[in-house]
Design a protein around this ligand. Structure first.
Ligand SMILES: [Zn+2]
Ligand SMILES: [Zn+2]
Length: 811
C-alpha cells in the first residue's frame, strides 16, 4: 500500500489534500475516506495514491469508508471534466455526484475549557456589568452555555442548543475565545437499511390453508415479498418458518427502498402503435445504440407528437438487450402518474429519482442502481450521475428547460453533462423538445447531432389556431387597462357553455406584483433584495419571490409615511378572483407555487382537470409543461410576454418557448384547439413566430441576432459575479478584478463590466458582474482560471466570486 493519498474534499478550494495512510488501511481511488480537516471531520473521495512525502506535515486518515470505489473510473473522469469545464472545486463536484450524505453522520459536541471556567468564575465575582461592549442578549447566551457545560462532561451540539437556545454563531465565537472546545466525532453510519424478504422457490408437497395463503401471496407478487407484508396477513407467524424449513421459501436480506408490492398488471399506458415519423425516429435511435459508438441526436417534435412514447420504446429495447439507460426530465414533468406508468413498463428494473426523496431514500436508490438491480433510471438533473454500468442510451426530455442548470456550485448543465457522459461511454444521447434550445438546434444544423423530426401531432390532430390580441389597441378602445380582453372573455364564455375546458396562463404569482407610493413615487422593496415585494391576498402578507422575505401589508408608505399607497398589477391569485367574478358558475382551479406545495397538490389539480371536475385552470408556467389533458380546447395567454422587457439576451428565446409550450396544451383531444395570445409586443418576432408555429423562422431570426451580438451559440459565455453583503467590498473587489482584466491580454475574449447586475441586491448581497464572451472556450477557461488565481492572491474569498460558465441567467 502507498503511504499517502490525495483526497478531494467538499470545500470551496481548488485543490486536493494529502493524508497519510495508517497501517492496515486500504483506501481506493474513487472510494470515500473520513479525514480531519481544520476543526472538523469530512468525508471525501480519494483521487490519488502515491509515495511522495509532502513538504508539510500530513495528518492521518481517520477511516476508510469504502473498500470498493463508489465512483468508477468513468464517473471520476466525468467529475474531473465538470470541475475543469465549470471551474468548480473537484471535491464539491464529486459530492454532488454522490448522493450518499445519509451514510455519513455528523456529530459535533462541546465541552468547557479552562478559560471558560475562569470567565464564569469572574462573572460570578464581579457581576456582568464589566462586559459592556456587547449586547446583553449575547452575553447572557454565552453564560447560559458556560453554566450548562460546567456541570457536564461533553454535550452534543443539538442538546446544547436545545437547552440554551443559542445560535451557532455564538458557539463559534466562544470557541474562538477558547472558552469552549468543539469536538467533531462525525462518522460513517451503517450503510443502507435492509429488509428481510421472502423468496418463493417452488411449492412441492402438501400444503395447509395457511401455507397456501402465503404461497399464493408470494406467487401473485412475482415470487418476492417483504417478510413484514407476510406478517400482516392473518396467518400464524410460525407458518412462514415451516415453509423455510421445508425449503419452499428462502429468506434473504435486501436493501430497503423499493416497493415490490402493488405492481398490478394494468395494460401498458402507451400503445407502441407508432406513426411513420415515430417509427423512423425509434429505428434511428436503436441502430445507433446497437453500433456502440457515441452519437448525439436531437428529437424535435411538435407538441403532442408522441416523443415520450419514442423515449420509452427506445429504453425498453435497451433493457431487453441487458444494457442501461437514463432518462432526464425537468422536475415538473415527473408526476406520480408518470412514475406509475414507468413502473408498469419497466417493473422493478426502474429507479425513479426526484427531489421529494429523503437523503436516505436517495442513497437506497443509488445502491440499487450501483448493484445493477435497476438499469432504467428516470430522474431530474442529478440523475445524470446515476452509477449504471454498460450505459447505452441517455435521453434528455425538454432539453431547453432551464432547471437542468444548477444554480449553485458546481454550476453544471445536466444536458451538456449528459452529452459528455454518453461520449465517454460510447453511448447514444437523445435531446428531445418541441422548442429546442438555440444551442442544440445549431449543433443539429451543423451536423454535430442527427436531427430527428416529428412534424405532426399523433392521429393527425391539427396544431391549435393562434389569435393575437393587441392590448394597446384594447386599451384605446375600452379606455382602461384590461387583464382579460373582450375577445378572450367571449371565447372563454363560449367554451364553458359548450362544456369544454380552458387554461389561462399568467406567469406571475401572487395578487399584486407592485406596491407604489403616489406621494414619493417609491416602490416597496424587499429588505434583502432590490426586488419589489408582491402582495399575497389570501395569506395576507407581502412576499419576496427571490429570498422568501415576508412583511406585513403596509398601511402607509415606509419611506414618507404617506397613506397613498397603491397596489398595482395582476398576479395569478388576482386573475383567479377576476375570473370567478366574470364566470360565477365555472369551477376554477389555480396552479402555481402558492397552491402547489408538493407533488401531490400538483397531481391533484391536473387530475381534477382530467376528470372534468374543473372547467378552468389558471396558472403560471407550471401549467405550460408537458401535460396531456384532452378536454382543453382553449388556452388564454395573459402577459406572458413581460419577459421580453428583461435585460437578458435569452428573453426572446424563453418567451418563444413558453408561448409555444402553453399553446401546445390546446386541442390534444378530439376537438381542435385554439389559443388567444394577449400581448403588448405584437410586432416582436418571438410572439409572431410562436403564433404561426414557425420554429425554424424563429430560429433563423434569433440566430442572426446572436451572431451580431456575439452571443451563444456563436461564442462561449461566462458570467462572473462578485458579491458581498457590504457594498464597499463589492465595489472594491469588482474594481480590482476589472483592472486586472484591463491589463491582462485576452485575445478573442470580450470582457464587459464591471457593471451592477440587473438585480443589484439579492439575499442581502450587493452584486456586480462581468460578462465574458469568447470565440474559444479554451481561452475563456484559461482566462477565468488566472482571474480566480489573481482573486485568491488578492484575498478575495472564493465563495464571493462566482464563475458561471454557460450562464443561463444573467440577472
Ligand atoms: Zn412614499
Ligand atoms: Zn428578497
Amino acid at each position: 500500500m502507498p503511504d499517502f493519498c490525495d483526497v478531494a474534499l467538499p470545500v470551496p478550494l481548488d485543490t486536493a489534500f494529502t493524508y497519510a495512510i495508517a497501517d492496515g488501511m486500504q483506501p481506493v481511488i474513487g472510494g470515500r475516506v473520513l479525514v480531519p480537516f481544520r476543526q472538523q471531520r469530512l468525508s471525501g473521495i480519494v483521487v490519488n495514491l502515491h509515495d511522495h512525502k509532502p513538504k508539510v506535515q500530513t495528518k492521518k486518515l481517520i477511516e476508510v469508508l469504502d473498500p470498493e470505489p463508489v465512483l468508477d473510473p468513468s464517473l471520476m473522469r466525468l467529475g474531473k471534466w465538470i470541475a475543469d469545464y465549470y471551474l468548480a472545486p473537484l471535491g464539491e463536484v464529486l459530492r454532488t455526484m454522490l448522493p450518499l450524505g445519509a451514510e455519513f453522520k455528523r456529530m459535533i459536541s462541546y465541552r468547557i475549557a479552562e478559560a471558560g471556567h475562569l470567565a464564569l468564575h469572574e462573572a460570578g465575582m464581579s457581576g456582568s456589568s464589566s462586559r459592556s461592549r456587547k449586547t446583553p442578549d449575547d452575553q447572557l447566551a454565552e453564560f447560559r452555555v458556560l453554566d450548562y457545560l460546567s456541570e457536564r462532561d461533553e454535550v452534543k451540539e443539538e442538546s446544547l442548543r436545545a437547552a440554551t437556545r443559542v445560535s451557532k454563531s455564538v458557539l463559534t465565537g466562544m470557541v474562538r475565545k477558547k472558552w469552549i472546545v468543539r469536538e467533531d466525532h462525525s462518522s460513517a453510519r451503517d450503510a443502507a437499511r435492509v429488509v428481510k424478504v421472502a423468496v418463493l422457490r417452488g411449492a412441492e408437497g402438501k400444503l395447509n390453508a395457511n401455507q397456501r395463503t402465503l404461497i399464493d401471496t408470494l406467487a401473485a407478487a412475482g415470487g418476492k415479498v417483504p417478510v413484514e407484508t407476510l406478517h400482516a396477513l392473518e396467518v400464524p407467524r410460525t407458518t412462514l418458518g415451516t415453509l423455510v424449513k421445508r425449503g419452499i421459501v428462502l429468506m434473504v436480506e435486501e436493501p430497503a427502498g423499493f416497493t415490490m408490492s402493488a405492481l398490478k398488471a394494468r395494460p401498458s399506458p402507451f400503445d407502441f402503435q407508432f406513426n411513420r415519423a415515430q417509427q423512423e425516429a425509434l429505428q434511428r435511435i436503436q441502430e445507433s445504440v446497437n453500433a456502440r459508438k457515441f452519437s448525439g441526436m436531437l428529437l424535435h417534435g411538435v407538441t403532442g407528437s408522441g416523443k415520450t412514447a419514442v423515449y420509452l420504446a427506445g429504453m425498453r429495447s435497451v433493457l431487453d438487450a441487458g444494457r442501461s439507460a437514463i432518462l432526464l426530465v425537468p422536475e415538473i414533468g415527473l408526476t406520480p402518474a408518470v412514475a406509475a406508468d414507468l413502473r408498469q413498463i419497466f417493473g422493478d428494473r426502474v429507479a425513479i429519482l426526484h427531489s421529494a426523496l429523503s437523503d436516505q431514500e436517495r442513497a437506497e436508490q443509488w445502491h440499487r442502481i450501483k448493484r445493477g438491480d435497476a438499469r432504467m433510471v428516470v430522474g431530474t438533473r442529478s440523475a445524470v450521475f446515476a452509477p449504471v454500468s454498460d450505459l447505452a442510451l441517455v435521453i434528455v426530455d425538454e432539453e431547453q428547460d432551464s432547471s437542468y442548470k444548477q444554480e449553485e456550485t458546481p454550476r453544471y448543465h445536466a444536458r451538456d453533462v449528459a452529452v459528455m457522459r454518453a461520449k465517454m461511454a460510447n453511448a447514444v444521447v437523445v435531446l428531445g423538445s418541441a422548442t429546442p434550445s438555440l444551442e442544440s438546434y445549431f449543433n443539429a444544423r451543423k451536423n454535430k447531432y442527427t436531427l430527428l423530426e416529428l412534424p405532426d401531432r399523433v392521429e393527425q390532430r391539427p396544431l391549435p389556431e393562434v389569435e393575437i390580441i393587441d392590448m394597446r389597441q384594447e386599451f384605446q378602445e375600452t379606455g382602461q387597462e384590461q387583464v382579460i380582453s373582450r375577445r378572450l372573455a367571449q371565447e372563454i364564455r363560449e367554451r364553458l357553455d359548450g362544456k369544454e375546458q380552458v387554461m389561462v396562463l399568467l406567469n406571475r404569482r401572487g395578487y399584486s406584483p407592485l406596491v407604489l407610493c403616489r406621494t414619493c413615487g417609491k416602490v416597496l422593496e424587499c429588505k434583502n433584495c432590490a426586488i419589489a415585494l408582491t402582495h399575497h391576498k389570501r395569506s395576507h402578507r407581502m412576499e419576496c419571490h427571490y429570498c422568501g422575505y415576508v412583511a406585513a401589508i403596509p398601511k402607509a408608505c415606509v419611506h414618507c409615511d404617506s397613506e397613498y399607497v397603491y397596489f398595482l398589477g395582476t398576479g395569478s391569485e388576482k386573475l383567479e378572483e377576476l375570473l370567478h367574478g366574470m364566470f360565477p358558475q365555472a369551477r376554477i382551479g389555480r396552479l402555481d407555487r402558492d397552491t402547489v406545495r408538493g407533488r401531490e397538490d400538483f397531481e391533484r389539480a391536473l387530475n381534477a382537470l382530467n376528470e372534468g371536475e374543473l372547467d378552468l385552470l389558471v396558472g403560471t408556467q407550471m401549467i405550460a409543461k408537458g401535460h396531456d389533458i384532452h378536454g382543453v380546447t382553449l388556452v388564454g395567454v395573459v402577459g406572458a410576454d413581460a419577459a421580453l422587457g428583461f435585460p437578458d439576451f435569452r428573453a426572446a428565446e424563453r418567451t418563444f418557448q413558453l408561448l409555444t409550450q402553453v399553446a401546445g396544451r390546446a386541442g390534444r383531444g378530439q376537438t381542435p384547439g385554439k389559443v388567444i395570445l394577449q400581448t403588448y409586443f405584437q410586432e416582436h418576432y418571438a410572439v409572431h413566430y410562436a403564433a404561426t408555429h414557425d420554429f425554424s423562422g424563429f430560429y433563423d431570426k434569433e440566430l442572426r441576432f446572436r451572431s451580431w451580438m456575439h452571443y451563444p451559440p456563436y461564442s462561449a459565455l461566462a458570467n462572473v459575479l462578485v458579491r458581498s453583503d457590504k457594498l464597499d467590498e463589492t465595489l472594491e473587489w469588482s474594481g480590482v478584478l476589472g483592472k486586472w482584466f484591463e491589463k491582462t491580454r485576452h485575445e478573442g475574449t470580450r470582457v464587459l463590466g464591471p457593471a451592477a447586475a440587473p438585480i443589484v441586491r439579492l439575499k442581502r448581497d450587493y452584486r456586480y458582474h462581468f460578462v465574458l464572451k469568447s470565440s474559444s472556450r479554451e481561452k475563456l477557461n484559461a482566462l477565468l482560471r488566472s482571474m480566480l488565481a489573481y482573486a485568491s492572491q488578492q484575498k478575495i474569498p472564493r465563495t464571493q466570486v462566482i464563475v458561471d460558465v454557460d450562464a443561463v441567467w444573467l440577472m
